[in-house]
Design a protein around this ligand. Structure first.
Ligand code: NAD
Length: 516
């Protein structure tokens, strides 16, 4: 039912040439072996054609230990380097990102399948967080608090934590590293990064840039280290007591494994996990605006954002019109090669993502759902998974709707009272992003209030995806409770000390206690 643009797929060799050009641009020197070159190698593949483009040597567990040891050593210098001097490193990284924006974005497109505009946007997000972190490097502050004792000063100071282990997901292969690393570095921490095994090329390119930035400003070379490989390497970071904070982004399944293990060694953990985001559309909504926002949030990035809109909670008076307008918009969405001009929806990441999508749609039908779209077009390549985004009218919020299926499926539910809409919004176990479309200030304020949306992000008249870096990013419940990026998210990367200084010659005790 949906128009798929039949832009011709590039060949794997075309893509290999683009990768080599991007590597040359950023100065990455890691050996790119042919597919299958290293027996225990990480395959660097592309969802554009489904091909393995290169094989890269995987790091051994011993190499992870070495990376942690080197980052620990660098921390001993970095933690006492003045924060504004640390900011100079992040400023240089930001300059290099500006210079190599196109090359890095090309790798994001090849590895994650993002359309050009979204890939450039992801690199822009890295630049934005660098700018934010540079400013932050002169604003790391603690409070001075009124002491109850004469001649005493009570204050809090913030100190670097140590090594931050960063584990990232495939769908934001570079931005999430930058969110963590830019802030961690100005906070005086050092970083060991384990990227998704699906996106090693973008990670190698980022590593080349941070190493160059460190060399340019004279920072220790090991302030940020990279380890390439699968979850077993991530588990080394999880279990290593030298890793003071583990910041892990990925599925709820991953967070369920990682969270208790870090807690068992009393490490700090910052979890950014799956979402199941909803938008409420009320009778007063501007439907033109709502449809545009819904289509971007639900179909953009082929439904592969943690903040993707997965549930539309439409008032019964607008549901029919809304669904027919979304279905019409979906019909005209150009789906195809993400690097081609005009494409708005690229491929799913791999076969499993497609199988999950088919399984969810089958279940939704069995639950009484009416499905529009969702067809696959392999563009003449069996290993590539291009799909039409699907809209599913559901009679109720069944178990399949409670799950995050990482594909472009938008379930539509209807409601009659705002209480009912908010209850539907909050019923799922995840709590990342949410939105309400309304021109009624009472409805908007209710949605943002204490008895409104229970998510970490609640928006009015914009979609659920596409957050700015200035705000803290993260979600509640099974989304993990972590906050990254802007606002005061930096506090997760530092330790707080409460200091009491007695500058009198008396020794009054707190709470009026007398002792001897
Ligand atoms: P995933 O959970 O399969 O993998 C994420 C990362 O965790 C990978 O680097 C993987 O190697 C590692 N990993 C997996 N199991 C591990 C374990 N037991 N110990 C240590 N490391 C482990 O996720 P994915 O498929 O790459 O990404 C999609 C998921 O990520 C979705 O659920 C999406 O919502 C979520 N996500 C969340 C955010 C957020 O900020 N909340 C951002 C992006 C993606």
């Amino acid at each position: 039912m949906t128009t798929t643009e039949r832009t011709e797929l590039p060949t794997a060799d075309d893509l290999r040439v683009q990768v080599r050009q991007a590597f040359e641009s950023v100065g990455a020197t890691v050996t790119l072996g042919p597919p299958g070159a290293h027996p225990a190698g990480v395959p660097a593949s592309t969802p554009i054609t489904g091909d393995v483009l290169f094989t890269i040597a995987e790091d051994s567990p011993e190499q992870v230990d070495t990376a942690i040891a080197e980052a620990t050593q660098a921390f001993s210098i970095w933690r006492t380097t003045p924060a504004p001097v640390r900011g100079a490193l992040v400023a240089r990284l930001g300059e290099l990102l500006v210079e190599h924006k196109a090359a890095l974005a090309a790798l994001v497109t090849i590895e994650a399948g993002k359309i050009v505009s979204e890939a450039l946007g992801e690199v822009q997000e890295m630049i934005d967080i660098c700018q934010f972190a540079v400013g932050l490097s002169r604003q790391l502050y603690g409070r001075t608090i009124a002491s109850e004792r004469p001649g005493h000063r009570l204050m809090e100071t913030w100190h670097p934590l140590g090594v931050v282990g960063v584990i990232t997901a495939f769908n934001f292969p570079v931005a999430v590293w930058a969110w963590n690393t830019a802030v961690a570095l100005v906070c005086g921490d050092t970083v060991v990064w384990k990227p998704s095994e699906l996106t090693p090329l973008t990670a190698i390119a980022c590593q080349a840039l941070i190493e160059r930035a460190a060399s340019d400003v004279g920072a220790p070379a090991s302030v940020s280290r990279l380890v390439l490989g699968g979850r077993e390497l991530g588990e080394r970071l999880v279990d290593d007591p030298r890793v003071a904070l583990l910041s892990a982004t990925g599925s709820v399944r991953m967070g369920r494994e990682v969270g208790p293990r870090v807690a068992a060694r009393f490490g700090k953990v910052l979890l950014e996990l799956g979402g199941n985001n909803a938008a409420v559309v009320t009778p007063s909504a501007d439907l033109d605006l709502a449809v545009r926002a819904i289509v971007f949030s639900a179909a953009g990035t082929a439904g592969q954002r943690c903040t993707t809109l997965r549930r539309l909670i439409a008032h019964s008076s607008v549901a029919d019109e809304l669904v027919s307008r979304i279905v019409a918009a979906y019909r005209s969405l150009p789906i195809g090669v993400p690097g081609a001009d005009g494409t708005l929806v690229g491929p799913l990441i791999h076969a499993r993502a497609y199988r999950d999508m088919v399984g969810a749609l089958d279940q939704a039908r069995a639950d009484g759902g009416e499905v529009f779209g969702g067809e696959r077009n392999d563009m003449g390549d069996e290993a590539a998974y291009y799909v039409a985004p699907a809209v599913v009218r559901m009679p109720a919020q069944t178990a399949v709707v409670h799950n995050e299926t990482f594909a472009p499926i938008l379930y539509v539910l209807t409601y009659d009272s705002l209480d009912e809409a908010i209850a539907l919004n909050n019923e799922v176990p995840q709590g990342l992003s949410s939105a309400i479309f309304t021109t009624d200030v009472r409805e908007a304020e209710r949605f943002l209030g204490a008895d409104g949306s229970d998510c970490g992000i609640a928006n009015v008249n914009i979609g659920t995806s596409g957050a700015e870096i200035g705000g803290a990013f993260g979600g509640e419940k099974q989304t993990g409770g972590g906050r990254e990026s802007g606002s005061d998210a930096w506090k997760a990367y530092m330790r707080r000390a409460t200091n009491t200084v007695n500058y009198s010659s008396e020794l009054p005790l707190a709470q009026g206690v007398h002792f001897g």
